[in-house]
Ligand binder design. Structure first.
Ligand code: BTN
Length: 258
């Protein structure tokens, strides 16, 4: 196994999250799948699960997430959350990850990490409900992040790839994880307390679609106008302003010339 600064990550995060552990595995099907399995089996302690290799990495909308060991960072953070309103959670995660990487990293609604119009990474947020034996019932959130570190082939990808070493030539998975994990935990706790509103301006500062011509998955064309205080995307269309709240809707920049 490569070297992972598991202890440094633990030291930074444990004071915020009692009971927190860091778990590094050489291989697993998917870190998200594994944490969802554990949650369903009653294991809902806060954990950062890192995989050097995923054999069945998953993306949003049922897509696959392929990655090569050493050339990517793949991890999931699992923790209990109880926000008053869950809307915008995945955008808040995107904000925290983008801010901890580099000023040039942008966000493509709802939560893809973009660099110069290409995809640097993706985020997959899932939740499992549980009824605590002792404590109150709650929801366990599994926040999965996949980041390209090194060049990868564009074949089979709907968006051409970008990689972190374009910005940080010496970037290593462990160091990147140490930079990302503590701010991510802080953002999740901030979101649980105050919702998406405090993240709205931070998202806007990195919004890759701002004022861009876009097409929704139902074919509607329009112009993106930023996100609301609950994380919905505003799209100006010929039929008026459309509020796109569901992350099950995909949005693509319109092909040039539209
Ligand atoms: C997307 O862009 O559609 C989201 C990709 C999310 C990939 C990460 S890699 C770690 C975690 N485990 C998974 O199976 N998926 C997420």
């Amino acid at each position: 196994m490569g070297t992972w600064p598991a202890e440094a990550i633990w030291e930074a995060v444990a004071p915020l999250l009692p009971g927190f552990t860091v778990d590094v595995l050489p291989e697993i099907d998917s870190t998200n799948t594994e944490l969802m399995r554990r949650a369903r089996a009653g294991q809902t302690d806060p954990v950062l699960l890192v995989a050097e290799r995923q054999s069945a990495g998953r993306g949003r909308l049922g897509r696959q997430w392929a990655s090569a060991p050493g050339d990517s960072l793949t991890f999931s953070l699992g923790l209990t959350l109880a926000p008053a309103d869950w809307s915008g959670l995945s955008l808040a995660v995107g904000v925290a990850v983008a801010e901890s990487l580099h000023p040039a990293v942008q966000l493509k609604w709802p939560n893809d990490l973009w660099l110069q119009g290409r995809k640097l990474g993706g985020i997959l947020v899932e939740t499992a409900s549980f009824s605590g034996a002792q404590g109150p019932a709650g929801r366990y959130a599994v926040v999965g992040v996949g980041l390209n570190l090194a060049p990868r082939a564009a074949e089979g990808l709907s968006t051409p790839p970008a990689w972190l070493r374009e910005l940080q030539p010496a970037a290593q998975a462990g160091e990147v994880l140490l930079a990302v994990a503590p701010p991510l935990v802080q953002a999740l706790q901030g979101f649980a307390a105050l919702g998406f509103a405090p993240f709205q301006a931070r998202f806007a500062a990195r919004d890759a679609l701002r004022d861009a011509a876009v097409v929704l998955s139902d074919g509607t064309a329009g112009t993106a106008h930023g996100v609301t205080a609950t994380g919905a995307l505003l799209v100006h269309t010929p039929a008026g302003m459309q509020v796109v709240a569901s992350s099950e809707v995909s949005v693509r920049p319109a092909p040039a010339g539209r």
